[in-house]
Design a protein around this ligand. Structure first.
Ligand SMILES: *[C@@H]1O[C@H](CO)[C@@H](O)[C@H](O)[C@H]1NC(C)=O
Length: 524
């Protein structure tokens, strides 16, 4: 009897907490820098909450240059692209940086970068040992970095249901079928805000057309890889794979992004890396104390960029800082600093810094940044105004939003001059409107109903428990395009209207004819 009662209790417990079972989750990360930081954080959150997590990781050059190595709490399956290729990739990356710093970042750079990702994808898909190991492990779910088209191909090959995590703003909303009315939703790479005049809307419409062409070109770069690794008859397309995730999660918060329509299978969970600040090292604390009430400026140009290969650019920045009363803490690889250039008197170079902790320091006055979304989110979280120097990718779009929300100003890299740089920094620090807006955005971010880690965990477990995201996915994904845009209905209605107008016109004609012929007859 007692045993039976025990069973009943267990059953009740199990029914109430069906979530207690750990799931097997594979996270997939093929790009370093901010992409790795996010996928690592996602893996940690799931691991810390009792799930069995493994990361499929590709080592390339400069995952996080300057960062002290860390022990991963969850297991990792990794492989290297090979020394020879890594060297070549590094050279391409530096050549690209030179372009970005001179303001020459364009679609060509992006497509060249995607060509490298497609080359790497071929190597990834050839890792047959890892693939057979991962297949045998039978994962319940994968979480992929949706920026890299290769991660879609890898989950497709493994045959695992997956959640797509997009590290940028809604950069690919169109391909995910998210409605984006061009009248107030700025297209990726348009540098527009949600308030557009006639020419803004015209530009937005043209940007939409251009980005559709770029997407097609990007997908085509992976055609050969798909041909080589999938048998004819079951070859996926990158476009179709964008409609396949059980759920989309975007690294977005509306303290930065403009409001817009979304879908139930699209969740926004921004700021996974924002945390309450921990104390900074005593050495930095002493340095900061020297600045008195002026405070200090934090400078980072992205987790992957630890030095500046264009000397004039570096010199203008350094000269700009020299004019400021603040202290400056600058993440810069000291071994790459040119000998003939003196580091400004108020600048401290460090190989790596905890940006989140420094921004949380009460004397932080300004973040000088490339405008990566994670950096901006940390600035918003701690209410620190921003000076953006957007270099590539989504950075120009991100800093447009920072300016629109009044929490900073951006300078395009080709306009970088010491005088202008110093004046802009002064303006942001001294005009209280920037600090006030930053504090307002901070309140928006911090008062979200649920913290981002809880949200992430809740959604992942919901997808596993509910047997996938089918109930969230709109039926529009199955509709052919002419039905989706109601072109068949519009065509039908146009024909009806044409026929009716045609009939009315002819009836009137006949009536007029009859009337006139009547009159004529009477006159006669
Ligand atoms: C992929 O790599 C294999 C082996 O290195 C090579 O033979 C093949 O040509 C590559 N395919 C593509 C599409 O690059």
């Amino acid at each position: 009897m007692a045993v039976k009662k025990g069973h009943a209790v267990l059953l009740v417990v199990l029914l109430q907490f069906p979530f207690l079972q750990a799931a097997k989750i594979l996270t997939i990360c093929f790009i370093g820098g901010s992409h790795y930081l996010l996928m690592d954080e996602i893996s940690r959150i799931l691991h810390n909450n009792g799930h069995e997590v493994r990361m499929f990781l590709q080592y390339a050059h400069s995952m996080l240059p300057g960062r002290p190595p860390q022990q991963s709490p969850y297991p990792v399956s990794s492989y290297s692209l090979g020394e020879e290729y890594i060297q070549k990739y590094r050279e391409i990356f530096i050549a690209n940086q030179k372009d970005f710093l001179s303001g020459r970042s364009d679609y060509k750079n992006f497509l060249n970068f995607m060509t490298e990702l497609s080359y790497q994808c071929n190597i990834t898909l050839h890792q047959s040992e890892i693939f057979s190991f991962l297949k045998e492990e039978k994962y319940d779910l994968a979480i992929i970095d949706a920026f890299n088209p290769c991660s879609f191909l890898v989950v497709e090959k493994l045959g695992i249901p997956f959640i797509a995590f997009c590290p940028g703003l809604f950069i690919n909303a169109g391909r995910v079928g998210i409605p984006g009315p061009l009248s107030y939703v700025p297209e990726y790479k348009s540098s527009l805000t949600d308030r557009m005049d006639f020419f803004g809307r015209l530009k937005n419409t043209l940007a939409f057309m251009v980005s559709s062409v770029i997407e097609m070109k990007m997908d085509a770069l992976f055609d050969q890889v798909i041909d080589e690794h999938f048998p004819a008859g079951s070859r996926p397309t990158i476009a179709d794979l964008h409609l396949k995730p059980e759920l989309w999660i975007y690294n977005v918060d509306f303290s930065i992004e403009f409001s817009r329509p979304l879908l139930p299978n699209v969740q926004w969970i921004g700021g996974l890396l924002t945390k309450p600040a921990k104390p900074v090292t005593p050495e930095l604390e002493d340095f900061i104390a020297e600045s008195g009430e002026s405070g200090f400026i934090v400078v980072t140009l992205g987790s992957m960029i630890s030095s500046l290969p264009v000397e004039e650019f570096l010199k203008e920045m350094n000269d700009g800082f020299a004019k400021m009363p603040q202290k400056v803490i600058w993440r810069y690889d000291r071994s790459d600093w040119p000998e003939e250039l003196n580091v400004a008197h108020n600048v401290r170079l460090v190989d790596w810094l905890s940006q989140n902790d420094l921004l949380g320091h009460p004397k932080a006055r300004l973040l000088v940044t490339h405008g990566g979304l994670n950096s901006l989110m940390e600035a918003v979280y701690h209410g620190v105004p921003v000076l953006g120097i957007p270099l590539f990718g989504d950075q120009s779009e991100n800093v447009v939003r920072i300016e629109a929300k009044n929490m900073g100003i951006f300078i395009p890299p080709e306009q970088m001059k010491a005088e202008k740089f110093a004046n802009t920094m002064r303006k942001i620090i001294e005009n209280s409107r920037y600090k006030m807006s930053a504090m307002k955005q901070s309140a928006i971010l911090r008062s979200r109903p649920f913290p981002p880690d809880r949200q992430l965990l809740g959604w992942v477990e919901h997808i596993i428990q509910s047997g996938g995201g089918g109930h969230l996915r709109p039926y529009s994904y199955q509709l052919p395009w002419y039905q989706h845009w109601l072109l068949d209905v519009i065509l039908f209605l146009s024909i009806c209207v044409t026929v009716i107008v045609y009939l009315i016109v002819n009836v009137i004609r006949v009536l007029i004819y009859l009337m006139f012929s009547n009159r004529k007859q009477k006159q006669n």
